[in-house]
Write a protein that binds this ligand. Structure first.
Ligand code: SAM
Length: 176
């Protein structure tokens, strides 16, 4: 698999890597290996951006693309250590709306996405579908994530702000 032409990608993808999860299953390390994301092992090296934080009060929307100065940040750690206090990076913190995981560990489970799935979802919401496809290319289940969430992702990407995203999300939650 070739490295992507990074000049063609708009949003820069960064990950703060805590390294407490199973290294063989870790999606952040695979993103780094295939030049899909930049990993940081020190918190003070993480750039300012939109921080994907499941504890954030506000849902991610297309309106956040400009606030993050073209930078997306995820925290790669185990779910056990992903408590609120771990998300101390500087930036605009946002939670992803209802989406389901496609990875074999959590297939079909809502909200608890891998780092790669979360970053790809944010890119689609920021209208960077091709970038999301490239990011997920190194994963067997990558395309499945986009197919499984095709409709909600398209609808979230059409929203104007966070409250519209939450209104769309309510429809999916009501079906659960
Ligand atoms: C807790 S780590 C788990 C990583 C997993 N070990 C892996 O290999 O991908 C997943 C990260 O993806 C992002 N993420 C996942 N689900 C999210 C959601 N619903 N809202 C916001 N960010 C989310 C967060 O940055 C979170 O810390």
């Amino acid at each position: 698999m070739e490295s992507p032409d990074t000049d063609a990608l708009d949003t820069a993808v960064h990950v703060y890597y805590e390294g407490d999860d199973d290294p063989d299953k870790c999606t952040a390390r695979r993103l780094e290996r295939f030049d899909r994301a930049i990993l940081h092992r020190r918190m003070n090296a993480v750039p300012y951006g939109v921080v994907l934080n499941p504890h954030a009060e506000q849902a991610l929307s297309p309106a956040d693309a400009a606030d993050g100065l073209g930078t997306l940040v995820a925290l790669d750690c185990s779910w056990e250590s992903a408590e609120e206090a771990s998300f101390s990076m500087n930036g605009v913190h946002r939670a992803l709306p209802f989406l389901v995981a496609a990875n074999p560990v959590n297939y079909g489970r809502p909200f608890q996405l891998t780092t790669a799935e979360a970053l790809a979802a944010a890119l689609v919401i920021f209208d960077e579908r091709e970038h999301a496809e490239l990011l997920l290319e190194p994963f067997r289940w990558g395309e499945t994530f986009l197919t499984l969430n095709e409709e909600p992702l398209r609808r979230y990407a059409e929203c104007g702000d966070s409250s519209e995203v939450v209104a769309v999300q309510e429809e999916y939650l009501a079906e659960e």
